[in-house]
Every structure is written in structure tokens, then in C-alpha cells.
Design a protein around this ligand. Structure first.
Ligand SMILES: NC(=O)NCCC(=O)O
Length: 418
């Protein structure tokens, strides 16, 4: 028996090691968990597994959306993953459906981190333009890019030279996207490293919201800054000071919960209380640290807050010129690990799309009838059954220096044996 357990444990270790040998970042040679299952399960088993993993929308598996041939051709020619789905809602008597087409883009950097900064940026812009045009040609109304999309995610290094990538809200990347937003009549969310030139050149991790006329609607600064693993972002910028804004756009009410904020349920809640219908979670996160959490947190937020969530993660492994340590006694290294992509949408009815590729650039598109948000509020009544007054009272007590946790101890615990 001992022996068997040992062997099982060995097998587990072997499996993990084997996974790490897929240097291209694929899942055992497949683009995604969904494609792995689809290729290896009998169709009727795959259908049932998909129902369990992805849920049902209006009682059915998510419908596929058909996209223009020209867009499909672009995706094969330039080797980016392209997937499209439709979330339906029930038909209502008094409201017309409110269908909006939403897109997410995940991408790797385009040049090595040793290239001249302006070249790195230019190459990313060039690569992104093509995918943004593909989104535009597909009729996307709202498009969100990944966290700090203009640069490598260099915050692991703690080197200050990467601050050069920071831009003011109306800087180069915003101007580049303003043109595309206008061209495609599309709202674009652009998460960048911001330099606030009006407040002492301070840095922020910020999402700029560009309206479909190419105007700047506003910005949101990342609320929660990680201090975990190699995510040394607190070396660069502070916690955001913009609260939980919801942006009313031509296509719906949207909010942005940047990366690490997804671990904080109250952060998600606040966007919901302000009326968000779609919350985007532009991210940069790596496999070893967060992959088991990734499919759960956003989906849970969509359910608990009766809104849609669009989760985006970058792809690839970014290697930096100078090695750094993680403060854990392990050897120094020059990369962050593998950014595992896997961008996806979650809906308030607990259904979700399959994920984009684990290792390739990608564009995920989904139609969503925003009527589904209120329909789920009516069905489950989470807003009405929540006990906000209890939570508010608890939080206000917790914030006081004399707070004492409400713990009722078993009186027998401390009783001396007679
Ligand atoms: N970019 C970022 O906040 N990453 C933190 C790691 C995580 O939340 O998975």
C-alpha cells in the first residue's frame, strides 16, 4: 500500500514535470483545455463534460457566432486564436433585447525585452493593430486589451528603467487607439502604465476608456497592488485613487477590475453596486501562481454580481536582460514564468465561454444580451437577499483599533480536567 501511494505520488510529479516540458506553453500539445477534451473524449462525453465545465445559457450550450471569412483568414494567416460565441437572454415583453458585441485581445510581446524600447512598443502596436482591425471587421462594439499591453510585464525586475514605458492618459498609445476606436465605432479599454504629468510624474497602473467617437471617457486606476511571487508592482506604483467608476458608454455600463483586484470580492461588489453590466479584468499572471484560481474567480464574480465578466491574460514567457531573485531562497532567474492566456467570458447565469489559447495571441468575441443581468437579479435576488447593513456594520467595527473578532469559544475548551 505504501508502495502504491509512493508510485502515485511519483506519477503525479512525473506528470507535472512532463507538463513543464511543453516549452511552447501549450497544454500537452493542445491550445486549450477545451481543445484537449474535445480531441480526446467521445462526442457525447465531451458534450456532458462541457455542460459541467461551462454551464448552460438559457438551457442550452453556448451558441457559436459566425464571423466574416476575411477575419478568419487573418487569424490563420497571422496565427492568432479566434473564437466567437453568443450569450442569449430570455425574451421580454416590455424591453427589446440589448445585444452588444464584446471583444478581448490577449497577446505576447513582439520583440525581445532587449530591443530598443521604442522598437518594442512599435512592434506591439503593429501586431495589435491587425487584431483590433479584425475585431472592428467583426462588428465588435466594446474591446478590451490586456494589462500594461504596451510593454513587457517588467515589474518582476524592480529595475526603474522600465518606467520609460509610462505614458500620460492622452499619450502615444491612447492616440493610436483613438483613431481605431473612431474608425470602428468601437469603445476600447486600454490598460497602460500611466504617468501623471500633472501630479509630479507619478506612475499608476491605469485603464483608459476610449469612447466610440475616439474621445477619452475616463480612466480607472488599479485598486489592489500585488505583493506576491515576482509581482513586485509596488516598487513602481501605488494603490489607485479612482474608486470604482462605472463608465456609461454607447453600448452599456462597463467597469474595469485590473488583474489582482479579482482576488477581492468586495472590489467586484463595488463595481456591481455602481451599476456595471460588464466588468473587464485585464490581467498579467503566470501559471504556477494563479492558474487554478483563474477559471473560478471571475465566474464567481459574474454570478454573485449579476453582470458579465471579460477576463484577459497575456501569453508567452518574457525573459529579461538581468536575472532577479524572488526572495524565497531559490536560484535567481530572468523570466516571470509562462503567462497562460486563457482569456474568457463569464455570464451572470454561471455559463462561460471556453478559453482562448494557452500560448498564442487571440481574439475572443461574444455577443451578450445585457437583459440577462436583470433577469438573473430577478431570479436569484442576490441584491435583495444580501445583508449590506450587517456587512457595513461589521466592516466599520473591524476598522476600529479596538476591534474584537466575534468568536464564541466552547466553554469546555478551557476547562481544567477535574
Ligand atoms: N498583474 C497582477 O496584478 N498580477 C498579480 C498576480 C495575480 O493576481 O495572479
Amino acid at each position: 500500500m505504501e508502495k502504491t501511494q509512493e508510485t502515485e505520488r511519483d506519477n503525479g510529479v512525473a506528470a507535472v514535470t512532463q507538463q513543464q516540458t511543453f516549452k511552447d506553453g501549450s497544454i500537452c500539445g493542445y491550445d486549450s483545455l477545451h481543445s484537449l477534451l474535445s480531441a480526446n473524449l467521445k462526442p457525447h462525453i465531451f458534450q456532458e463534460v462541457s455542460r459541467l465545465l461551462l454551464g448552460l445559457n438559457c438551457g442550452k450550450a453556448l451558441e457559436l457566432l459566425s464571423l466574416p471569412e476575411s477575419v478568419k483568414a487573418l487569424s490563420s494567416e497571422h496565427d492568432f486564436d479566434l473564437q466567437a460565441f453568443r450569450f442569449c437572454a430570455d425574451k421580454e415583453f416590455l424591453r427589446e433585447p440589448r445585444v452588444v458585441r464584446v471583444g478581448l485581445i490577449q497577446n505576447s510581446i513582439a520583440l525581445p525585452t532587449t530591443a530598443h524600447f521604442s522598437e518594442q512598443k512599435r512592434a506591439i502596436f503593429q501586431k495589435l493593430k491587425l487584431i483590433i482591425d479584425a475585431a472592428g471587421a467583426s462588428g465588435v462594439n466594446i474591446l478590451c486589451l490586456q494589462e500594461a499591453w504596451t510593454m513587457p510585464f517588467a515589474f518582476c525586475t524592480r529595475e526603474k528603467r522600465w518606467c520609460e514605458f509610462a505614458e500620460p492618459i492622452n499619450g502615444e498609445s491612447t492616440q493610436f487607439l483613438q483613431e481605431l476606436a473612431q474608425k470602428h465605432n468601437m469603445v476600447i479599454i486600454s490598460p497602460i502604465l500611466e504617468r501623471d504629468v500633472h501630479h509630479g510624474d507619478t506612475l499608476w497602473n491605469t485603464a483608459v476608456i476610449i469612447g466610440n467617437h475616439g474621445n477619452i471617457i475616463g480612466k480607472h486606476r488599479k485598486n489592489h497592488i500585488p505583493r506576491v511571487g515576482d509581482f513586485n508592482e509596488s516598487t513602481y506604483y501605488m494603490e489607485g485613487d479612482t474608486g470604482h467608476p462605472v463608465f456609461e458608454t454607447a453600448y452599456g455600463k462597463i467597469a474595469i477590475n485590473i488583474c489582482y483586484g479579482r482576488h477581492h470580492p468586495l472590489n467586484w461588489l463595488a463595481f456591481g453596486l455602481n451599476g456595471a453590466e460588464i466588468v473587464f479584468n485585464p490581467s498579467a499572471t503566470v501559471g504556477e501562481l494563479s492558474e487554478p484560481m483563474w477559471p473560478i474567480e471571475a465566474r464567481n464574480a459574474a454570478i454573485a454580481n449579476s453582470y458579465f465578466v471579460g477576463s484577459i491574460n497575456r501569453v508567452g514567457t518574457e525573459t529579461f536582460p538581468n536575472p532577479f531573485t524572488s526572495g524565497d531562497g531559490k536560484p535567481q532567474h530572468a523570466d516571470f514564468g509562462h503567462f497562460y492566456g486563457s482569456s474568457h467570458f463569464s455570464a451572470p447565469d454561471a455559463s462561460c465561454t471556453p478559453s482562448l489559447s494557452h500560448h498564442k495571441d487571440g481574439l475572443l468575441i461574444s455577443d451578450m444580451d445585457l437583459n440577462l443581468c436583470r433577469q438573473l437579479k430577478d431570479k436569484w435576488g442576490f441584491r435583495m437577499t444580501a445583508r449590506y447593513e450587517l456587512y457595513a456594520e461589521m466592516l466599520s467595527r473591524y476598522l476600529k483599533p479596538d476591534f474584537e473578532p466575534q468568536v464564541v469559544s466552547d466553554p469546555l475548551l478551557h476547562k481544567k480536567p477535574s
